[in-house]
Design a protein around this ligand. Structure first.
Ligand SMILES: NC(=O)c1ccc[n+]([C@@H]2O[C@H](COP(=O)([O-])OP(=O)(O)OC[C@H]3O[C@@H](n4cnc5c(N)ncnc54)[C@H](OP(=O)(O)O)[C@@H]3O)[C@@H](O)[C@H]2O)c1
Length: 264
């Protein structure tokens, strides 16, 4: 995937990893559609992308509101824009224990992380296939590979993305749809500040793990390099990525370690 002169739709582009990826890709003189809910932040990102020589338009939607996602997709597709790539970074995290979290909070996390992402993908997929194919990237997490305390619905929503997008990839090889699943470890963004608690309120704390994480800019460079290669799984982060291999190859050690994790 060469980014030059392509039409690339990026969700979660107002902040953190999605914003850094948008700015990194914009250096390749491409055409960006930047999405999220925060219009002023998205306009700032669009301005930076334009300075780098790309075009950038802002399309607002709330991933938790299917209608807003579908109507945004209809608006884009009605302009006969050929979407070459759709990169999903939009998402929210969680900070609450299973036994204190009402089901509506679990559903809210799934609506944003899973159903919103799936709704946009479904809206774009057929047109992408008709146009000869394209690239879709979805952002999971290392906790899309194993469970983690205080993140039950978040981890579950990320596991669900793996199942959905692996199936989509298998079904659409014939349509030249290439799928990448991005699996970040700890990246220094506002994710823990924006994570929701048992009441659906922002956690509003920069967690220690996040604070020490890889910068969004370095992360974006790594992701873009691997997106260009159309790598199917893109792991990015620090030593915490080891846990993916521990879970797979030494599960007993993972069970022990995960039960000892401090919740925050
Ligand atoms: N940072 C990490 O350590 C880490 C680790 C693993 C996975 N991830 C994943 O990486 C992705 C990006 O997260 P980040 O770290 O960059 O966090 P972030 O700085 O909080 O950015 C989250 C992005 O998601 C968008 N978003 C959240 N809720 C939305 C909604 N209801 N509708 C539309 N957009 C919404 C936000 O845009 P608006 O506020 O404008 O809506 C924002 O652009 C997420 O999927 C996250 O789960 C992050």
């Amino acid at each position: 995937m060469d980014f030059f002169a392509k039409n690339i739709w990026i969700t979660g582009a107002s902040s953190g990893i999605g914003k850094a990826v948008a700015i990194e890709i914009s250096k390749a003189k491409t055409n960006l559609i930047l999405s999220g809910r925060n219009e002023s932040k998205l306009k700032e990102v669009a301005a930076q992308c334009k300075k780098n020589g790309s075009t950038a338009q802002v399309i607002l939607f709330d991933l938790g509101d299917e209608k807003s996602v579908v109507s945004a997709a209809e608006a884009v597709l009605s302009k006969k824009i050929k979407i070459d790539a759709l990169y999903h970074f939009g998402g929210i995290s969680q900070r609450s224990f299973v036994n204190e979290t009402p089901l509506d909070i679990d559903r809210k996390i799934f609506e944003v992380n899973f159903f919103g992402t799936v709704a946009l993908t479904k809206a774009v997929l057929s047109r992408m296939a008709e146009n000869g194919g394209g690239q879709i990237a979805v952002t999971s997490s290392i906790v899309g590979k194993f469970g983690f305390p205080y993140r039950s619905a978040y981890a579950a929503s990320k596991h669900a993305l793996h199942g959905f997008f692996e199936s989509l990839r298998a079904e659409n090889k014939k349509n030249n749809i290439r799928v990448s699943v991005i699996i970040p470890g700890r990246i220094k963004t506002d994710i823990s500040l924006n994570a929701i608690d048992k009441n659906g309120q922002p956690h509003s704390k920069m967690d220690e793990g996040q604070e020490k994480g890889k910068s969004a800019e370095t992360t974006a460079k790594i992701i873009c390099r691997k997106l260009k290669k159309e790598q199917k799984e893109i792991l990015v982060g620090g030593t915490e990525l080891l846990m993916v291999y521990i879970r797979r190859f030494i599960p007993s050690l993972y069970y022990y370690m995960s039960s000892r994790v401090k919740p925050l």
